[in-house]
Design a protein around this ligand. Structure first.
Ligand SMILES: C[S@@+](CC[C@H](N)C(=O)[O-])C[C@H]1O[C@@H](n2cnc3c(N)ncnc32)[C@H](O)[C@@H]1O
Length: 307
């Protein structure tokens, strides 16, 4: 694909990482608009197959259209990547050759005001990636205690003003829309010459909590590793340090041999490394990609290969 607005983040790098080949089986756990999936299908002509998952029915509908030319080779399912092992079992796929996870929200979700992801647009406080998420952002904002809210903003948003913002939210609630929430935050947490808007971290924190993003990543990584064939690759793009830390630590841990030295027991359970890190440092987008797509600026790609 060229540099159309639909070019997914780190597109070339993902295709290079997975090296799709004919006859291969691939998983895109975060299908979105199907950009990475299309690249994988094109690179694995004539018979590479792809399982695509997304919790968002709108994303799935769009991907289905975009991937229509590959209809015979795709299996698209509205499901969380947390159900990866189960989805593979349903297909009868024992092992796969490559998996991509491009975490977080899509441009389409950010750019659909009524989804409530953007603090720049008036909308209900929703922020669910899909209809199966139990709570909306409004539910959290209106139901959590002040303490729980402050912890959530601090942990998932790394928000320094978490206590002050939580107190103001509790005082002002019920809050139903993005603008109402932004107004509360702006009143107690003014810009301090930061690059980012004062509501950025609160919106990030709520989105992570609504979609249980960090727990989902922790759940999917071992499943992904278990389902790769030897030599198969897993490529993960993260967009903030909380996600990246989980991915980095999991990859480091699984790339180490845990073997006790003679006469010592450091590890309760010995195990050989299951993964090899393909890149020690994360791959980041080029200046040109960031110029074309400013949202790519915080992307980090880590790639591992199954031993
Ligand atoms: C950054 S976008 C992916 C864009 C995609 N790579 C492309 O080429 O268009 C992330 C997608 O992952 C989906 N998503 C987020 N959490 C998910 C989960 N737990 N399971 C499945 N899909 C998820 C979102 O709904 C969103 O569509």
């Amino acid at each position: 694909m060229n540099n159309s607005p639909h070019q997914p983040v780190l597109y070339k790098e993902i295709i290079h990482a997975l090296q799709p080949r004919r006859g291969g089986r691939y998983v895109d756990g975060t299908l979105g608009a199907g950009g990475h999936a299309r690249g994988i299908l094109e690179a694995s002509v004539p018979d590479g197959q792809l399982l695509g998952l997304d919790v968002d029915p709108q994303a799935l509908a769009l991907a289905r259209k975009i991937l229509a030319p590959y209809e015979q080779r795709i299996h698209l399912v509205q499901a969380s990547y947390v159900s990866l092992s189960a989805q593979l079992a349903i297909l009868g796929w024992d092992k796969v050759d490559g998996i991509v996870l491009d975490l977080g929200a899509s441009s389409m979700q950010f750019d659909t005001p009524e989804r409530g992801f953007s603090f720049a647009q008036e909308a209900p406080l929703d922020m669910r990636f899909g209809p199966t998420m139990l709570k909306t952002a409004a539910d959290l904002v209106n139901e959590l205690s002040e303490r729980e809210l402050a912890d959530l903003l601090y942990q998932y948003g790394e928000e320094r003003d978490s206590r002050r913002i939580a107190r103001a939210i509790v005082k002002a609630r019920p809050l139903h829309t993005t603008r109402e929430l932004v107004a509360v935050i702006e009143a107690v947490s003014p810009r301090r010459g930061d690059r980012i808007h004062p509501a950025t971290r609160t919106f990030q924190a709520l989105r992570i909590a609504v979609n249980e993003e960090l727990a989902s990543i922790e759940e999917v990584l071992p499943q992904a590793v278990a389902s790769l064939r030897s030599g198969g690759r897993l490529a993960v793009i993260s967009f903030h340090s909380l996600e990246d830390r989980i991915v980095k630590e999991f990859f480091r841990e699984q790339s180490k041999d845990l073997v006790n030295p003679p006469y010592e027991q450091i590890y309760k359970e010995e195990r050989k490394a299951t993964l090899k890190e393909v890149n020690r440092k994360p791959i980041t987008p080029s200046d040109e990609e960031i110029k074309n797509n400013p949202r790519a600026r915080s992307a980090k790609l880590r790639i591992v290969e199954k031993m």
